[in-house]
Structures are given as C-alpha cells and as structure tokens.
Design a protein around this ligand. Structure first.
Ligand SMILES: [Zn+2]
Length: 252
C-alpha cells in the first residue's frame, strides 16, 4: 500500500475548486468514481463530473464500453471533457449518454461545480415510495441538509437537453434529487462534498426504510440540533481521506 501521497490520487486537491488545475480536477473525478464504486453506489452505471472553473467545460467520467468498465480502474487521463451542449471537446472516450443531467444543472445552477448521479438502491426505493428522507441519524442528516430532497417524477434516461432541463428544474435549489424509478442526483460546490452527500443519503435512506417497516413514528433530529451538530462533524477533507483510503484498500 502506498504511504506517500501521489499527485494524482484526488486527495491533494486545492480546498477551493476555483484554485484547482484541470489535472487536479481530472484526478478528483477519477477518485470520486472509485469512492462511489467502493461504497457500492455505482457500478458500470453512474457518473460524476466537475466544472473547470472559469470555462464552460465539464470533466466527466466516460461512458461505459468494452474499454471503459469499472470506475475502480479509471485513470485521470481517461476522463472526457465536454462543453455545456454535451459535445466531446477532449478525450478518447465518449461521454455518458446521460451527460445532460450534468450540463443542464450547470447551466441552471451557477453555484454548482460538481454533480454526482447514481442508481443507489435504498435512496431509489425511498424515492419510488415518495417517502421523506427523515433526519434520524446525525452525521448523514447534517450532510444532506436535514433531508431536504427534491423529486423528479420521471424514470426516463436523461439523453436529451430537454429532459436535462426538466430534471434541473425539479432539482431547483436543492442539494439532492430523487429521479423516481431511476436513481439520484447530488450537487455541491465541491465534488468531494457531492460524493459525501450521496453516501450520506444512502445511509439515511437505509435507516428510513427500516423505520417505515416498523410502522412506528421516529424521533426526528430538529433543525436547531442539526445546526449545532454541523459544527461538531469531521471536515470534508477528513471524511474524504477516509473514503479514498477505503477505496484504495478495496482495490488492493
Ligand atoms: Zn442514470
């Protein structure tokens, strides 16, 4: 196991995406794919992206193919670069057919610099049920803004700009969105935060499904308590380092 940090390991990213270089961002997108895969949230489906600050370029995981298989094996140089129309502008591999999830969210949300899309199971089941993501576990509840999750009632593949715009409109100003019968979207100003929120959403969804099966009414963490808890949690950097290491251990 490597003990020295590697320049392309996705960990040593500048704290603010604005200051990150395109190479650092490619490494971060590759690392995000490894983390989502290691956590069981993405297989050959699912993709994440980040904007290149100050441009209309987006670095995105390439579409799966005979050459592009597990996110666990993708390297920074394998990433695709697209414009906001979804055209490939750099890279050997095609972008995902559902790239319009990403491009249309970036158009609609100047505050968003990172998008994660997965078909993570428990969150999807909760979305199909139309059940609320109740803030019942402190760490994931803080990471998902107290369960404030939008819903897009459409199971179609987002393969056109029009469907991307519809999806982005349903997301609105939220951080998370159920794509009913399909999966979820998590957005943030930092790809690490978007991945951490997707992981937290799945943890919270699992517990919410268990609660639903009991038929009992849970004690929900209040907004005031969530505010206080927010000051006590590990940093994004600390949590990201944990999940990166877990992904590396799994790959080894
Ligand atoms: Zn999808």
């Amino acid at each position: 196991m490597a003990s020295e940090p590697q320049p392309d390991d996705g960990q040593h990213i500048s704290p603010h995406a604005e200051a990150a270089s395109p190479d650092e961002l490619r490494a971060l997108v590759a690392a995000a794919g490894r983390v989502l895969h290691a956590q069981g949230l993405a297989d050959y489906l699912g993709h994440c992206s980040t904007r290149v600050p100050g441009t209309d370029r987006v670095i995105i995981k390439p579409k799966h193919s005979a050459r592009v298989r597990s996110p666990a094996s993708l390297r920074p140089e394998d990433m695709a670069v697209i414009d906001l129309d979804g055209n490939l502008v750099e890279g050997r591999e095609k972008p995902p057919s559902e790239r319009f999830i990403h491009t249309e969210i970036y158009r609609a949300r100047p505050d968003v610099t990172a998008v994660v899309h997965t078909h993570q199971e428990s969150s999807t089941v909760l979305g199909v049920l139309g059940a609320e993501l109740l803030p019942v576990l402190h760490v994931p509840a803080v990471l998902t803004s107290g369960g404030n999750v939008a819903t897009w009632p459409c199971p179609l593949l987002v393969e056109t700009p029009a469907l991307g715009r519809e999806m982005a409109a349903a997301l609105g100003s939220a951080q998370l969105c159920h794509l009913q019968g399909h999966g979820i979207v998590s957005v943030a100003g930092d790809l690490r935060a978007a991945v951490l929120a997707a992981i937290a959403m799945e943890q919270l969804a699992r517990v919410n499904l268990t609660i639903l099966q009991t038929g009992l009414r849970p004690r929900v963490i209040t907004p005031g308590e969530l505010d206080r808890l927010g000051n006590q949690l590990a940093s994004v950097e600390g949590r990201w380092a944990y999940y990166l290491q877990a992904a590396s251990a799994g790959a080894g």
